[in-house]
Design a protein around this ligand. Structure first.
Ligand code: OAD
Length: 243
């Protein structure tokens, strides 16, 4: 699939001229790095039940099972490298003073690509948090030597991610809302935009007068709201728009 030249040029001009840009990314931006997305025919939630693996109740019931799944995901992510879509966003950050990158991804590929300020709405798969003493630590070992891992205090460590039914980290959410409310352009890349509250952000931006640009492999619920919608792979589309 390719972009119509006139639309591409228009959006390139919008990106060049904008004093502030906010970007929301989802699993689709890391798909070309080899990390499975959640929804769709090959999505993780087709093979696994979120209720068994990504809720506080699931972890309380069977921490070993939950950790085995996260350990497997960590190993997939550890083998992955940022793709041209992640790299294009680094370029955009370097050229736009009022730039904010908001992600629902826990894979850390934006950091690895070189993005400097990443607002992580759903946490970070490389951090572990003690359920007993609250200590948060970074641990990139793959596989983890002990499953489920334990804190020095003896408490059970959990993945430092947000599970279904949990609140988002307040500081990250506040920063995301502020960026959405104040940007001139809001770019949405590779998200099905069905998980709230993250999915509110594009609408918030649009209501505040921002132009909405969407890049996705297929149309989503956001597509009718978008000022520009590009259907295709993020790793091909984004570099064309941000060169
Ligand atoms: P989804 O799996 O719901 O959606 C991925 C989106 O990316 C879909 O709309 C695909 O069409 C699109 N896509 C796939 N490959 C693409 C590519 N190469 N280029 C562009 N688009 C592509 O993932 P998210 O929207 O990120 O939450 O899911 C949101 C949240 O639901 C996740 O953060 C996770 C999940 O359950 C938690 O774990 C709390």
């Amino acid at each position: 699939m390719s972009i119509q030249p006139s639309k591409t040029e228009e959006v390139r001009e919008e990106l060049r001229a904008a004093s502030s840009i906010a970007v929301l990314t989802g699993a689709g931006i890391s798909e070309e790095s080899g990390i499975p997305v959640f929804r769709g025919s090959d999505g993780l939630w087709k093979q696994y039940r979120a209720e068994d693996l990504a809720t506080p109740e699931a972890f309380a019931r069977d921490p070993r099972l939950v950790w085995e799944w996260y350990d497997w995901r960590r190993s997939r992510i550890a083998a992955a490298r940022p793709n041209p879509a992640h790299e294009a966003l680094v370029l955009l950050e370097n050229h736009c003073p009022g730039f904010a990158l908001i992600t629902q991804n826990v894979d850390g590929l934006h950091d690895l690509a070189g993005s400097r300020h990443v607002i992580k709405l759903h946490g970070d798969i490389w951090t572990l948090r003690c359920q007993h003493c609250g200590t948060v630590k970074s641990d990139r070992r793959v596989p983890l030597p002990e499953i489920p891992p334990r804190c020095a205090c003896g408490g059970l460590l959990r993945p430092g991610v947000v599970w279904f039914g949990e609140a988002l980290p307040p500081a990250a959410w506040q920063a995301a809302v502020q960026a959405a409310e104040s940007c001139a352009l809001f770019l949405v890349v590779g998200t099905s935009a069905v998980v709230y509250p993250a999915a509110e952000l594009p609408m918030l931006a649009k209501h505040r007068g921002a132009k909405l640009i969407e890049i996705n492999f297929e149309p989503t619920a956001l597509t009718p709201l978008a000022d520009y919608s590009f259907v295709g792979k993020a790793g091909e589309m984004l570099p064309q728009l941000v060169s």
